[in-house]
Structure formats: structure tokens, C-alpha cells
Design a binder for this molecule. Structure first.
Ligand SMILES: Cc1ncc(COP(=O)(O)O)c(C=O)c1O
Length: 173
């Protein structure tokens, strides 16, 4: 939905039957001169094979959008999931490792993108000029109350992840 909203066309890769993540080996063949970004989604605690994404992204000069909605506290080859994308997102929906009831978080190292996200989050108010809107978005503001709940949960993230792993092990057995 987010991809189609600005008029972009998503090109799908199939799911791997073993991990349910995208088949990374399908990506390169789907890249055309029109391709702008690779959007990856880590699922059910299993990180996408990032090495096989980072290489084509670099080769074809593509951005990486990382859906880390389910990956709070998860690591891929020593690096936290959510740190691979030019822009990465986490969900705080109730079934996630950290929840604030609803809401989520966008992370990026790119200050320009960060500023744009702050603007889009808040009805497209500009940084220094309020009530002048050159674009339209919506109200996606996160409340301080939600942030307080989220921060308290963040302190217990290791414990939550450990518990989920124990539950996963139990189901597997
Ligand atoms: C991988 C993944 N992406 C996106 C979402 C959507 O997140 P939200 O419900 O916070 O919009 C979810 C879960 O709800 C998810 O598991």
C-alpha cells in the first residue's frame, strides 16, 4: 500500500518455502532501469539474507527499504535488524516484541529523510513554518504516553526476546 500510494509499482518476489522470507535469489533478475529500491521484509524472527540484498543494491545503486516490524532486538551477522535500510521501520502493534498499543518507528541515518518523515508525520507542517502546507499527508503523530510505554518496554526487550525464543523452541519441539 505504501509503495503504490506515491504511484510506484511493486514488483514481487516469491516466498522461500523454508523461511517464508523473500527468495533473495530472484531479486537480481527483476531489476530493471526503472527500479528504485529493494524492499525487504524480515518475517517471524528470521532475518532476510541481507548479504544477498546488499550486493545487488550496491551494484545497481538502489535504496533499501527495510521492514523490521517484527525484528526488535534481532541481529543479522552481528548487526541489528533495522540498521540495514536507507530507511527502516518497526511496528509497535500489540503482537510485536515491543508494543505501544498501535504505532511504530521509522529509523534512518539520513538527516534529510528524517526531516521529511517528521514533516509527513505531522500534516506536512514545515520545520519552521506552521500552517503553510505545500503537500498533504495526515496525522501520524505518536503520543508521549505511547512513547513512555514503549521506553519502559525497551528496557525489557532482551527478556521479551528470550521468552519468545523459548516459546518458539517449545512449538518446534
Ligand atoms: C512484517 C510486518 N510489516 C508490517 C506490519 C504492519 O505494522 P503495523 O500494524 O504497525 O502497521 C506488520 C504487522 O502488523 C508486520 O508483521
Amino acid at each position: 500500500m505504501a509503495v503504490t500510494k506515491p504511484g510506484a509499482i511493486p514488483v514481487l518476489a516469491d516466498s522461500d518455502i523454508r523461511t517464508w522470507n523473500m527468495k533473495v535469489e530472484e531479486i537480481e533478475a527483476k531489476i530493471t532501469p526503472k527500479t528504485k529500491a529493494i524492499m525487504i521484509v524480515h518475517l517471524y524472527g528470521l532475518p532476510v539474507e541481507m548479504d544477498q540484498i546488499l550486493a545487488p543494491a550496491k551494484k545497481y545503486n538502489l535504496k533499501i527499504i527495510e521492514d523490521a516490524a517484527e525484528m526488535h532486538g534481532q541481529i543479522y551477522r552481528g548487526k541489528p535488524c533495522g540498521s540495514f535500510g536507507d530507511i527502516s521501520v518497526f511496528s509497535f502493534y500489540p503482537n510485536k516484541h515491543i508494543t505501544t498499543g498501535e504505532g511504530g518507528m521509522v529509523v534512518t541515518d539520513d538527516e534529510e529523510l528524517a526531516e521529511r518523515c517528521r514533516m509527513l508525520r505531522n500534516l506536512c507542517f514545515k520545520k519552521d513554518v506552521r500552517y503553510v502546507h505545500d503537500e498533504i499527508s495526515g496525522n501520524y503523530r505518536f503520543t508521549n504516553l505511547q512513547a513512555a510505554v514503549g521506553l519502559a518496554q525497551l528496557e525489557r526487550l532482551d527478556e521479551f526476546v528470550e521468552r519468545k525464543r523459548a516459546m518458539g523452541k517449545y512449538y518446534t519441539e
